[in-house]
Design a protein around this ligand. Structure first.
Ligand SMILES: [Zn+2]
Length: 575
């Protein structure tokens, strides 16, 4: 018995014991697939051709604003043209450019008590950005030998330092008290109070100790945002804003924070920092195309079908593909949607067994591309298949079909936000939006209730009961064979799926939506989301269902009735 076989035997025992790995070992498709000509039918083979192209390493993870996303959107537009769709983007093209900017703190942000050691950006202090029209902190912090002064507690407006006493100084504020009487992170609880201190050198909130790692990361790391089209309103500005630890506050003041007297002078300090904003290197583009309806009376109305053309790019820290795959299968079955479980003896054995099994199938391979085969090459390819299917038939559906491949979904649903705020067809002519994102998985090893009939529906009755009923009717009468899981659609579900893909931006304008997904899995937002793990036969069945639903909506005599309350399009999403 050689080493590998011995591990495999250990594996068999461990797999039998460990619930996470109780499934039969999965079979995988090939690593690459030579493209074949696609057909007018919606087939697994056509989808294989398209998904392997979209999720190829050469697409470099399709991140919005990168060359890879330009390549992917070029492919989609070329296919749309070849299929015979009409361009419906800007200026007679298939593209709508989505203006994105990169914002962050420039290198070199610094802060120190004069004569003392440097405080570290990211761990001892952060800079606060301007946020909307409410928190209007300055884009630049520049303090040389300025007096530090204690300003009071955030939220205790009456007890705060006077603007005159704060002028030219770095004002340290204690954290606000939360409902439980304990210090809290909400430095913004002071609202526009801080515009009174516009003449201060800066305001520093001692809230960093109470700030979640996620929120701290939000302030620390550069990020991509939609460029604000409207000019920033005139009016009083804030001084520069900082979030600091209690220890940093006490260094700056030279006394314990507890018991500090409002207006009491501390040490002198020197610091600098600036926010930068720059355009991305490459354009980020929605691809927008129309299949005109066959009924002259109805073709001015659209059934929109959407997927997202972007994914999350590449990493500079390559990992061994098989180790990551095995680790996530055993300890992180929802991928990036969960923290990994802690190791146990059983999970360690199961991991070693799974890794041995994968090693037996092929050599080790370093991986650095987030291929996004399921997320969302599966949906992107699905839209092309639906388009080719409709275009190859003698008669198109009665209403027009609007295909939108959104960009920058992964960065914050920016492509669909921009498209619905700047629609290239009248928004009230869109009778429904069917969104597909991650529709190529949902097997027994991916989801507890997974299998060939497993499909999650989200949002289908949140605006129109008729749409929810119609999806079920199409599934039944067309013998599509799905058992819909509405569990993810529950109000206040912790995974918040209703707010996490592009359909939300249509729903906020009162357009009935259905989100189709085969759900999360251990490759979610991992380097391992590759075409070899996509279930192409199932993907083809999901795409046929979505096409049939689109056709059923498009062929109705009457528009779908919206019988539920419409949300406020500018309010945050609530599931
Ligand atoms: Zn994603």
């Amino acid at each position: 018995m050689n080493h590998r076989t011995r591990l495999a035997a250990l594996a068999a025992a461990a797999l039998a014991a460990a619930p996470a790995a109780a499934q039969a070992p999965r079979t995988h498709g090939p690593l690459t697939f030579a493209p074949r000509p696609t057909t007018g039918e919606i087939t697994a083979q056509d989808l294989r051709t398209r998904v392997y192209q979209l999720a190829a390493d050469s697409m470099m993870g399709r991140e919005a604003g990168t060359r890879g996303n330009v390549m992917a959107t070029d492919y989609i537009a070329a296919e749309a043209r070849r299929i015979g769709l009409l361009p419906a983007g800007e200026d007679g093209t298939f593209f709508q450019q989505v203006p994105l900017v990169r914002r962050g703190v420039a290198e070199g942000a610094a802060l120190r008590v004069d004569g003392g050691p440097a405080l570290a950006f990211g761990t001892d202090f952060l800079l606060v950005p301007t946020y909307g029209s409410v928190l209007r902190f300055a884009d630049r912090f520049d303090a040389r030998g300025v007096q530090v002064v204690y300003g009071g507690r955030v939220g205790d407006e009456a007890g705060m330092i006077s603007p005159q006493a704060a002028a030219g100084k770095l004002v340290v504020f204690a954290a606000p008290l939360g409902p439980n009487g304990q210090p809290a992170s909400q430095f913004y609880a002071g609202g526009r109070t801080y515009e009174r201190y516009a003449d201060a050198a800066g305001v520093a909130f001692a809230t960093l100790d109470y700030t979640s790692p996620g929120l701290a990361g939000f302030f620390r790391e550069p990020r991509t945002e939609l460029a604000v089209a409207a000019p920033v309103e005139e009016g009083p500005r804030f001084p520069a804003g900082l979030i600091i630890t209690t220890a940093a506050a006490e260094q700056l003041l030279g006394t314990p924070l507890a018991g500090a007297q409002v207006g009491a002078a501390g040490r002198t300090a020197t610091g600098t920092g600036a926010w930068f904003e720059r355009a991305l290197e490459f354009p980020a583009r929605n691809v927008v195309a129309v299949l005109p309806g066959s009924d002259p009376a109805l073709r001015g109305q659209y059934v929109a079908i959407g997927a997202h053309n972007d994914h999350v790019g590449m990493t500079h820290e390559p990992l061994d593909h098989d180790s990551l795959l095995a680790f996530n299968r055993i300890l992180r079955p929802q991928g990036l949607d969960q923290e990994p479980d802690a190791w146990t003896d059983a999970s360690r054995a199961a991991f070693q067994a799974e890794l041995a099994r994968l090693r037996a199938l092929g050599p080790a391979r370093l991986d650095s591309v987030f291929n996004g085969a399921d997320d969302d090459a599966s949906g992107t390819a699905g839209l092309l298949e639906i388009a080719q299917y409709f275009a190859s038939r003698a008669t198109a559906p009665r209403r027009s079909i609007l295909f939108v491949w959104h960009t920058a979904e992964e960065m914050g649903l920016y492509g669909s936000e921009y498209f619905t705020d700047h629609p290239t067809v009248p928004l009230d002519s869109i009778v429904a939006q069917l969104n597909v994102d991650m529709i190529g998985r949902g097997a027994a090893g991916d989801v507890a209730a997974g299998g060939p009939g497993y499909l999650e529906l989200v949002g289908s009755r949140r605006l129109s009961t008729e749409l929810g009923d119609l999806v079920e009717e199409v599934n039944r009468t067309g013998a599509h064979g799905f058992a819909f899981d509405y569990g993810m659609d529950a109000d206040n579900h912790p995974q918040n799926i209703y707010c996490r893909s592009d359909h939300w931006n249509y729903a906020r304008y009162g357009i009935p939506v259905t989100f189709f997904t085969t759900g999360g899995h251990s490759e979610y937002h991992m380097l391992t989301d590759e075409p070899q793990y996509v279930e192409f036969e199932k993907l083809a069945r999901v795409v046929r269902l979505v096409g049939a639903v689109a056709e059923a909506v498009a062929d109705r005599d009457a528009r779908l009735v919206v019988d539920k309350p419409r949300p406020d399009p500018n309010a945050p999403c609530r599931q």
